[in-house]
Design a protein around this ligand. Structure first.
Ligand code: FAD
Length: 348
C-alpha cells in the first residue's frame, strides 16, 4: 500500500495552497477530494481588496498578507505556465460625507499606499453620478476557475489526487495511522471548507457558514479598467463580462441560487451603473466563515496527527497563500507556536 506523509482532505483554496507548499518542501501527500462535496472556491469571485469599506479600515493583516500572496501566485504562475492573478484597481463612488472621510484616510501613511487618489470626476462613463470617487490600489483578482482547473490537472498528472468522499465519522480518533481509499498516511489535514460543520471531530470549532450568490453579466458599454464597488462589486473578467456580487445569508445555507439573491444584486447594480446589460450566469456557494472572522489552524486536542486548516471566510484568495505556509510550519516544525488569534486552541 502506498504511504504518504499527509492526507489533505479537500482541494479548495486551503487544500490547494497547502499542497503546493508541501510540494515545494518535499513533503509527500495525497489530496482526497470529491465533486460530491461543493467547493466555495469554485464560485468565489476571486477579488482581493486591501480595504474594508464599511468600517473605513485596512483589511486584517493586509500589509503582511498582500506581498506573500503576490509572490506565491506569481511562483505558481511560473510553475503552471499560465497567468491567473491580475492586478486591478478599484473605483469606489463616494457620497460627500464619505469623501471627507476617505480624503482624511489618504493623508495617513498606513492608508496612503492603498488609496491612490480621491477625485470629484469619474474617469469612466456609464456609472451614476456621485460626489466623488476613490481609487484603491493593491487590489486585484484571482481567476479562480482557471487556477483550480490548472492546479487540478497538474496534481492529477502526478497522481496526487484521489477522488474519494472521506467520512470523518469513520476515522478513529485514537489511531495514529490512517488508511483511506487504499492509501496509508500518519497524518490528516482537514481542509473541508464549510463541510467541517458535519465533521464530528471538529464540532467545537465555531464556524458560521455564510451563503453567497454572484451573477455574471455582459455589459458592452461598461469600462473594464476598474473594478467598481459600491454596495456591490462589478469585476471585469474580459470580453465585456463582469462578475457582480454578492450576498450574505447566515440563515439559508442551501447551495441553490435564489430569486431574492438575484434581485438584491440587481437592485444594487442598477444604483451603480447606468447602461444596458444582460445576465448570463448565477452561482451560489457557502463561505467557511468563523464566528470571530479569523482562520483556524492547528491540531485536534486529542490527536496530534489530525489537523485542520479552515475559516478562510470571505477573503480566501488573500489569506490562503500566507496561512498555507504557516500551516506547513504547524505540521512540520516541532513546538511551532501559532498566534492565539488563529490557533484552534482558542476553541479547546
Ligand atoms: C459567492 C461567494 C463569493 C466569494 N467571493 C470571494 C472573493 O471575491 N474573494 C475571496 O477572497 N473569497 C471569496 N469567497 C470566499 C472563498 O470562496 C473562500 O474563502 C474559500 O474558497 C474557502 O476555501 P476552502 O478551501 O476553505 O473551502 P472550499 O473551497 O469550500 O473547499 C473545500 C474542499 O473540501 C472538499 N471536501 C469537503 N468535505 C469533504 C469530504 N468529506 N471528503 C472529500 N472532500 C471534501 C470539497 O470538495 C472542496 O474541494 C467567496 C465565496 C462565495 C461563496
Amino acid at each position: 500500500m502506498e504511504k504518504v506523509d499527509y492526507f489533505i482532505i479537500g482541494q479548495g483554496l486551503a487544500g490547494t495552497m497547502l499542497a503546493f507548499e508541501m510540494l515545494e518542501h518535499n513533503v509527500s501527500f495525497k489530496i482526497l477530494t470529491s465533486v460530491e462535496k461543493s467547493k466555495a472556491s469554485n464560485v468565489a469571485a476571486g477579488m482581493v481588496n486591501p480595504l474594508v469599506f464599511k468600517r473605513l479600515t485596512k483589511s486584517w493583516m493586509v500589509d503582511e498578507l498582500l506581498p506573500v500572496m503576490k509572490t506565491k501566485y506569481t511562483r505558481l504562475e511560473n510553475l503552471l505556465g499560465l497567468k491567473f492573478y491580475f492586478e486591478k484597481d478599484i473605483l469606489k463612488p463616494l457620497s460627500a460625507q464619505e469623501m471627507l472621510l476617505w480624503r482624511e484616510r489618504k493623508t495617513q501613511p498606513e492608508f496612503s499606499k492603498y488609496i491612490s487618489k480621491v477625485e470629484i470626476t469619474s474617469p469612466v462613463a456609464n456609472i451614476r453620478n456621485t460626489a466623488g470617487y476613490e481609487f484603491v490600489t493593491g487590489s486585484g483578482y484571482l481567476d479562480t476557475k482557471l487556477f483550480f482547473d490548472t492546479a487540478e490537472k497538474f496534481f492529477r498528472k502526478q497522481n496526487l489526487i484521489v477522488d474519494s468522499v472521506v467520512s470523518p465519522e469513520k476515522i478513529n480518533l485514537k489511531k495514529e495511522n490512517f488508511e483511506i481509499a487504499g492509501f496509508h498516511s500518519r497524518k490528516i489535514v482537514f481542509c473541508e471548507g464549510y463541510h467541517i460543520i458535519s465533521n464530528p471531530m471538529f464540532q467545537f470549532v465555531q464556524l458560521k457558514p455564510v451563503k453567497g450568490e454572484v451573477l455574471s453579466i455582459y455589459a458592452p458599454n461598461l469600462s473594464e479598467k476598474f473594478t467598481l464597488n459600491k454596495k456591490v462589486f462589478v469585476l471585469p473578467i474580459g470580453n465585456h463580462r463582469f462578475k457582480v456580487g454578492s450576498t450574505y445569508d447566515w440563515n439559508d445555507i442551501t447551495e441553490q441560487t435564489t430569486q431574492q439573491g438575484k434581485a438584491s444584486i440587481i437592485e444594487r447594480l442598477d444604483n451603480l451603473i447606468d447602461t444596458e446589460y444582460s445576465i448570463e450566469n448565477h452561482w451560489a456557494g457557502i463561505r467557511p466563515t468563523m464566528a470571530d472572522r479569523r482562520p483556524v489552524l492547528g491540531f485536534h486536542p486529542e490527536n496530534k496527527n489530525i489537523a485542520v486548516f479552515n475559516g478562510l471566510g470571505t477573503k480566501g484568495v488573500m489569506l490562503a497563500p500566507y496561512f498555507a505556509s504557516v500551516m506547513l510550519n504547524v505540521l512540520t516544525v516541532p513546538r511551532y507556536k501559532l498566534i492565539p488569534e488563529i490557533s484552534i486552541e482558542r476553541f479547546y
